[in-house]
Design a protein. Structure first.
Length: 140
């Protein structure tokens, strides 16, 4: 079971956790970008690419017998802070649809470029699957 960490007296952050405590089998997912399983971009829209990157993460997790609820760490690399901020409502909707929870230690970093020219966002995660029988196997 993943437990968000919030120091005493701190305001709970919106959309992420300051820290996460977990025990179990680790799954590391490489940076996923907004193309599909055939490495084809279906959109140049920031939110659309973010949704696809999140779906790619979910697919890799499922292939590793893990679920989005097991994510404890997520790093976003974005090429435009302005596009990211403008797309936040749609990103939030995609996040809720695909990932389902915000108890994740998250970092977002603006970068000059990503390796794939059309990519606007790249997201990598670490997940921890409980090994103590406390996992019901269901997404939130």
């Amino acid at each position: 079971m993943n437990t968000p960490v919030l120091p005493a007296g701190w305001k709970r952050p919106r959309g992420y956790a300051n820290g996460v405590s977990a025990r179990g089998r680790e799954v590391h997912v490489a940076g996923m970008i907004g193309w599909d399983e055939t490495e084809t971009f279906r959109t140049d829209d920031f939110a659309g690419q973010a949704r696809q990157a999140l779906a790619n993460i979910a697919a890799v997790l499922h292939a590793a017998d893990a679920l989005p609820k097991h994510i404890v760490r997520m790093t976003w690399y974005v090429v435009s802070r302005e596009e990211y901020r403008a797309a936040l409502p749609a990103i939030g909707a995609a996040f809720r649809d695909v990932i389902g929870h915000y108890d994740i230690a998250m970092t977002a970093v603006q970068v000059v470029a990503l390796m794939e020219e059309r990519a606007k966002v790249e997201i990598e995660v670490t997940a921890i699957v409980p090994d103590d029988g406390q996992d019901d196997g269901q997404d939130p």
